[in-house]
Design a protein around this ligand. Structure first.
Ligand code: MSP
Length: 601
């Protein structure tokens, strides 16, 4: 948005200042029609301005005919069920949900998969500590994650559980293809295993450290700080090192495969400098809570191989007819993952897929970790925020708005109630709520008649507008294309910022144009012009906000009287809808969209 404004400002700045008089040159209106140039009112600015609008900016994208029947497929990581969900998990979920909903807004078929990761040592040990059967623990805790997806208003199409029979079938089939690939061999493995991270670490990534609680010396992973233990066992290995060159070649050809670029660089560095073959099974004597290796019941499939296959399971693997595999969604368009699990998704996963001859996911979006008092929010640190309590307290859309606007792809954001209050007051209450209420509740105009009289009126030669009107028009016109560009680069935070700029600019415009004063002077035409442009700005912002704050955005569109079938991306253009706007008698006595907070900390 800043760029759009700078663009608008520089174009405005570059204009010839001419006395108030119409000119004959034409400009292109958003709908592609040609209409006359606008005249800037000397009353306010003394300048003339030409509005530029590129009709193609907002045009719906033309789908690749070959891929028309491949849904856009977004995934969240699947969550370990050894502990309850926290706000960090909700963040992964909401980010993925926004990406899916954006595609739906644009008219695409899109699928979202989330779920739970239920096998492995971590879950086995958690069940032992509670003295319950692992499946009982999984059933209870998986349901809590499912409930969280519902409370967070995720539009997920699937909720995968790795203990489900369809997933087990997919993993067994995948294992078979891996064995057939020739990349699997058996050997006795010695190394450091970390149960918390469910991974082996090489020697150079392990250090000795004092346990602050007991004062005892133990070995920990340098990366995660979690305790590791020395193991020696016979297991199956995946010849990851044999795929080094293919991986590097793939990264070279797809330099933006991982977002953000800093993570992509880490992935390349890992493959170049730290690659080792991967142990892909554990002896049943150590781990029996998992999927047994087919034809070798003495071994259990490594939990990460089991878990990664979940993305294929719900895409119909391996059951879809040859040539029709993509109709289930695979390859995934985006895997959303936290930064701690990038290596699994960006090194192990593509290598495993290469080995079995499956296409690779199109992109991976890695995000930062929420911090509490400068430490990663995590169960083991004991500083987690219960996401159900947070949603109960602040409301689902406030939480979604806060997580996306303050969350970060590259950095680790701070979580605190103070920040939630700030985001609520600035963005939602003062920004959006105020704007909507001023336009929809104003008594000095009738929104329905303003829309009826102004929509499609692409400003005639005789129209007089000021610089602020012109600027506001440009910001509104460019909102959709700008947000879409950010979403294309997998940056929901930037897209949201861009849309909120439209909201903030609209408030400024309304305050400056003061339609209530213009109405008092009896100038109905000018009043309707101002109200129409502001209502258009709100309508566009609300359409674009639907993926971020679905309930509140729908409420705004209801208050504006926008029909259900006119809420798609293609309607997020000035003059795209002539049918909305309620007459005063049809308006309900609505409560505040974003009420005052009773308690602020
Ligand atoms: N089960 C694996 C993922 C397997 S995907 C095939 C796992 N589970 S997890 O429950 O430990 O983490 C799930 C996701 O939550 C990860 O993406 C992780 O980065 C994310 N988060 C955990 N703590 C977080 C924060 N404090 N902040 C943001 N995200 C956090 O890893």
């Amino acid at each position: 948005m800043a760029a759009a404004l700078r663009g608008a400002a520089s174009r405005l700045a570059g204009l010839r200042v001419t006395p108030c008089r119409t000119t004959q040159s034409s400009w292109t209106c958003p709908s592609g029609r040609t209409t006359a140039q606008l005249t800037i009112s000397p009353k306010r600015t003394g300048a003339f301005v030409r509005l530029y609008s590129n009709g193609s900016d907002n045009a719906a994208s033309i789908p690749d005919p070959e891929l028309q029947d491949k849904p856009y497929y977004v995934t969240t990581p699947i969550f370990y069920v050894n502990a309850s969900p926290h706000v960090g998990h909700l963040y992964s979920m909401v980010l993925a949900d926004v990406l899916k909903r954006w595609q739906v807004l644009k008219g695409k078929q899109a699928l979202l998969c989330t779920g739970t990761d239920e096998h492995g040592m971590k879950v086995q040990q958690a069940a032992e500590r509670k003295d319950v059967h692992p499946k009982a623990l999984c059933d209870t805790n998986s349901q809590t994650f499912r409930d969280l997806a519902a409370r967070g208003n995720l539009a997920n199409d699937y909720f995968v559980r790795t203990t489900d029979p369809d997933h087990r079938d997919a993993v067994e089939y995948f294992w078979g293809r891996l064995r057939d690939s020739g990349y699997v061999y058996e050997k006795t493995h010695e190394g450091w295993y970390c149960v918390s991270d469910e991974t082996f670490y090489p020697d150079n990534l392990v250090a000795r450290a004092v346990d602050p609680m007991t004062g005892k010396l133990r070995h920990v992973s340098i990366e995660s700080g979690n305790v590791v233990e020395w193991t020696q066992e016979r297991n199956y290995h995946f010849r990851l090192t044999a795929l080094r060159e293919r991986l590097l070649e793939f990264f070279k050809k797809n330099p933006t495969w991982v977002t953000p670029p800093s993570r992509m660089a880490e992935v390349v560095d890992w493959v170049e400098n730290h690659l080792e073959d991967l142990s892909i099974s554990r002896p049943v004597s150590r781990l029996d809570w998992g999927i047994p290796v087919p034809d070798d019941e003495s071994q259990t499939i490594y939990v990460w191989v089991d878990a990664l296959v979940n993305y294929l399971t719900k895409a119909g693997y391996p059951g879809l007819a040859p040539g029709k595999e993509h109709t289930g969604g695979w390859p995934a368009d985006v895997h959303v993952v936290g930064k701690d699990i990038v290596r699994f998704h960006c090194v192990y996963w593509p290598a495993l897929l290469m080995a079995v001859g499956q296409p690779l996911p199109r992109r991976v979006l890695s995000h930062g970790h929420w911090l509490m008092d400068n430490r990663k929010m995590s169960k083991s640190v004991g500083n987690v925020v219960n996401p159900f309590f947070a949603i109960d307290r602040w409301g689902v859309d406030t939480m979604r708005y806060f997580l996306i606007s303050r969350g970060s792809i590259t950095n680790d954001p701070d979580y605190s109630n103070k920040h939630i209050v700030e985001a609520y007051k600035k963005g939602l209450q003062t920004g959006l709520g105020n704007l909507v209420s001023r336009v929809t509740k104003g008594r000095a105009w009738n929104l329905r008649s303003a829309v009826r009289s102004r929509c499609g009126q692409h400003l005639e030669e005789s129209d007089v507008v000021d610089v602020d009107y012109a600027k506001q028009m440009q910001v509104a016109e460019k909102a959709a294309a700008g947000a879409d560009e950010h979403m294309d680069t997998l940056s929901p935070p930037s897209a949201l910022k861009h849309i909120m700029e439209l909201v903030y600019e609209s408030n400024k415009y309304l305050a400056y144009a003061a339609p209530w004063n213009v109405a008092k002077q009896g100038n109905q035409d000018e009043t309707e012009k101002i109200i129409y442009l502001t209502a258009e700005s709100i309508r566009i912002a609300a359409i674009l906000l639907q993926p971020f704050i679905p309930e509140k955005a729908a409420e705004i569109l209801d208050r504006l009287g926008v029909q259900e079938n006119r809420r798609g991306f293609d309607f997020a253009r000035v003059h795209a809808d002539d049918s909305y706007g309620l007459d005063p008698e049809d308006r309900k006595a609505d409560e505040a969209l974003f009420p005052r907070l009773a308690v602020e900390d």
